[in-house]
Design a protein around this ligand. Structure first.
Ligand SMILES: N[C@@H](CCC[C@H](N)C(=O)O)C(=O)O
Length: 287
C-alpha cells in the first residue's frame, strides 16, 4: 500500500496536514478528495484541511491550501506561518527572511528563533488588503469602492458588515459581546449567501480598545476553527476602517486558540505575527 508522509502542524489551534511536495507526489485530480479524507477526524487524521509545501518558480517555496471540504483557497495566514517554520527547519530555506508563493501572490515571511534554533514566531507581510466589492467578491454594492459598515440581513437578522479580502474573502461583523456572537446559527448561512459568489469566511469581532479585540470565525469550507490568520488581518483592517483602531499600531487579536499581533502599516501592507507548532509526523496509507 502506498504511504504519504505528512506533518501535522497548527497555528493557534488552526491545524492542517502538511505534505512536503519536494519529496511526495500526488496527482492533481486526487487533491480535493485527499484533503477531505485526511481531514476526517474519524476515518482520517483529523484537521481543518490539507496544505501542500511545493516547489515554486517565483520563490523558494509555494503554499497550496485545501479546506476540509476539499475546496482550494488562495491564502491562509496560519498556514503561511507553519509553512515558514517547516521550510526553515527542514532546510528548504536558509535565510531567516524569505518569500512564499500563494495562489494570491507572493508574501514575505520572517522567522524568529528560540535558544534551540527552532522557529518560535513568524511575521508574515500579508500585503495590501483588497476593499473593492467586485474583487472581494461581494455582490450588491456596485458603484461603491468599499463595503464598510453596510446594513445586511441574513435569516431575518439585520447586521452591519465590513468586507475585506486578504487574498481570500472575509465578512466582518462587530458585536457587543463575543460570547453572544451567532457563530453556530449564522456562520453557515453567511458563508454560502448568494451575496458572496465565491462564498465567504464569516467573522464576529468585539473591539475592546484601540489595540485589542476578541475574534471568532466560521471558515469557508471548514466551519468553526480555533483561529484564522487572514481573518484576523481582515478584522484589524475592518476595525481601522470603522474608526475603532488605528493604522501603524500593533493590534492584539484574541482568537479561540490564542493571540495574533496585526499591524496595518501606513504603506498599506498588513503584518501578522504569531506562533507555529508541529504536532506530529506520520505516514498516511493511501486508499
Ligand atoms: N485558516 C486560514 C484560512 C483558510 C482558508 C479559508 N477557509 C478560505 O476558504 O478562504 C487562515 O489562517 O487564514
Amino acid at each position: 500500500m502506498k504511504k504519504l508522509k505528512f506533518t501535522k502542524m497548527h497555528g493557534l489551534g488552526n491545524n492542517y496536514i502538511y505534505v512536503n511536495m519536494f519529496e511526495e507526489t500526488i496527482a492533481e485530480a486526487d487533491l480535493a478528495d485527499l484533503a477531505v479524507a485526511v481531514s476526517n477526524p474519524y476515518t482520517g487524521i483529523g484537521s481543518d484541511g490539507m496544505i501542500l509545501i511545493c516547489p515554486s518558480e517565483k520563490a523558494p517555496v509555494k503554499m497550496r491550501i485545501f479546506n476540509n471540504d476539499g475546496s482550494e483557497a488562495k491564502n491562509c495566514g496560519n498556514g503561511l506561518r507553519c509553512v515558514a517554520k517547516y521550510a526553515y527547519e527542514n532546510g528548504i530555506v536558509e535565510e531567516e527572511e524569505f518569500q512564499i508563493e500563494t495562489l494570491g501572490g507572493l508574501v514575505t515571511a520572517k522567522v524568529s528563533l528560540n535558544d534551540q534554533n527552532n522557529v518560535s514566531l513568524v511575521t508574515v507581510n500579508m500585503g495590501n488588503p483588497i476593499l473593492q466589492p467586485e474583487q472581494i467578491p461581494v455582490k450588491g454594492f456596485s458603484g461603491k469602492d468599499h463595503v464598510i459598515n453596510e446594513r445586511v440581513t441574513f435569516s431575518d437578522h439585520t447586521m452591519y458588515m465590513t468586507a475585506v479580502s486578504m487574498g481570500n474573502p472575509h465578512a466582518i461583523f462587530f458585536v457587543d459581546n463575543i460570547n453572544e456572537a451567532p457563530l453556530h446559527s449564522l456562520g453557515p448561512v453567511i458563508e454560502k449567501d448568494a451575496m458572496f459568489p465565491d462564498w465567504v469566511n464569516a467573522e464576529f469581532v468585539e473591539s475592546i480598545s484601540e489595540n485589542e479585540m476578541h475574534f471568532r470565525v466560521w471558515e469557508r469550507g471548514s466551519g468553526i476553527t480555533q483561529a484564522c490568520g487572514t481573518g484576523a488581518c481582515a478584522a484589524a483592517v475592518a476595525a481601522i476602517l470603522n474608526g475603532k483602531s488605528e493604522k501603524n499600531t500593533d493590534i492584539t487579536v484574541h482568537l479561540a486558540g490564542g493571540d495574533l499581533i496585526i499591524n496595518w502599516q501606513n504603506d498599506g501592507d498588513v503584518l501578522m505575527t504569531g506562533p507555529a507548532e508541529v504536532i506530529c509526523t506520520g505516514e498516511y496509507l493511501l486508499k
